[in-house]
Design a protein around this ligand. Structure first.
Ligand code: NAD
Length: 356
């Protein structure tokens, strides 16, 4: 009887590599059969965790029993490891950012195509429930047409770890959390970007950004603010969205939040002025209780399958990838534009992140 599970070797058994081993542990179609890390310490941890460690990457590539290489190393070596994997006839799951430039990614895709192997990027935050809740609101118009989407992640611990502080490894927060948030917004809003304005922050004095802000204007009227901060001792909500019929908020990863919509049946009464600072205002007075309806967040949009089940179905030739390489290319194009806008201080217009 043939083997029932595809054998995966995790390359880079650090924070994310070891997390992958846990994620794949009970998968019906995939099995982690080993790991490889350049550090002996990490190879030892892997063996202790029950995953035999190869002593060189060549050894992994030469092992005919290995079907898939999962790359979870620092960002600068993803491309080289992937190219070698394709030459050896292996499929590749690659951590985000898949690589550091559009041209490098095109090389990776060409190599995968030439070897007739699958390359799929681990954009796992397409499965986050907070994001899928906003996607549901966007698709189903729970608060009318969304015209403003603010997506933020805030921390106060600075840039984590070692290599993320350095440009040569592809460090910085735009290439870290930024990749996820930009991927989410492009996965949700299917419209051309007509303008982009971005700023990187260097508050901690690192050579790479410790956070950034981007404002994207889409052709369909949606404007999106994407913000990553690592020096925020008070955090703003994860999501704040405005629609033509109401406002929605998701405070945190636990999905605390609410939607407030206009009560169509309410008799409109002129708001009473309130004291605001040293002045009076009617404009900024809260709406009367009857004028609005406060409700729970909708159930999140459902993805058709998990990342790993989808990957396994793709290599069996039974499904389309949920994370498509043309979408990954768009995100990389957008990231290059974000760097450009931040470097020049310009608002970019008339640029195209959508490949022909
Ligand atoms: P890490 O520093 O914890 O682990 C990286 C490991 O790779 C280390 O053990 C290091 O020794 C090893 N390594 C370095 N060069 C290598 C090489 N040439 N061959 C084999 N091993 C090598 O880093 P991390 O936080 O686990 O990040 C790894 C990757 O995972 C990055 O691309 C990062 O962006 C990504 N990541 C993704 C998510 C997500 O949610 N998708 C979360 C965290 C990290």
């Amino acid at each position: 009887m043939g083997k029932t599970k595809q054998a995966i070797v995790i390359v880079g058994y650090g924070g994310m590599g070891s997390y992958h081993a846990k994620l794949i542990k009970d998968n019906e179609y995939l099995e982690v059969t080993g790991t490889y890390d350049i550090l002996e310490d990490r190879r030892k941890v892997s063996s202790e965790d029950g995953y035999p460690a190869y002593v060189s990457y060549e050894q992994v590539l030469q092992d005919a029993a290995v079907d898939v290489i999962l790359i979870a190393t620092p960002n600068d070596v993803h491309k080289e490891l992937a190219l070698q994997a394709f030459t050896a006839g292996k499929h590749v799951i690659c951590e985000k950012p898949v690589t550091l430039s559009v041209s490098d990614f095109k090389e990776m895709v060409s190599a995968a195509d030439a070897a007739r192997r699958v390359l799929m990027v681990h954009q796992n935050r397409r499965w986050d429930e907070d994001f899928l809740t906003i996607k549901q609101m966007y698709n189903e118009k729970t608060i009318g047409d969304l015209f403003r989407i603010e997506s933020r992640v805030h921390g106060a611990n600075g840039i984590p770890g070692d290599w993320r502080h350095l440009e040569q490894y592809g460090g910085g927060m735009l290439l870290d959390w930024g990749v996820h948030l930009l991927d989410q917004i492009l996965f949700m809003v299917d419209s051309k970007i007509v303008s982009l304005s971005s700023r990187l922050s260097f508050i901690l004095g690192d050579e790479v950004d410790d956070g950034f802000e981007s404002v994207l204007q889409f052709e369909n009227g949606v404007s999106a603010l994407i913000e990553v901060g690592t020096t925020n001792f008070i955090t703003l909500p994860r999501w704040y969205v405005k629609g033509t019929e109401g406002t929605g908020i998701i405070e945190d990863w636990s999905l605390n939040g609410r939607v407030v919509t206009r009560n169509q049946d309410a008799v409109i009464v002129e708001p009473k002025p309130i004291q605001a600072g040293v002045g009076l205002t009617k404009t900024m007075a809260p709406p009367s209780e009857e004028a609005t309806i406060t409700g729970a967040l909708p159930e999140p949009y459902r993805q058709s399958s998990s990342f790993f089940d989808n990957f396994a179905a793709v290599i069996r030739g039974e499904a389309e990838p949920i994370v498509k390489n043309e979408e990954v290319l768009r995100v990389l194009n957008l990231i290059e534009a974000v760097f450009e806008s931040a470097r020049t201080g310009d608002t970019l217009k008339d640029f195209d992140i959508y490949p022909a």
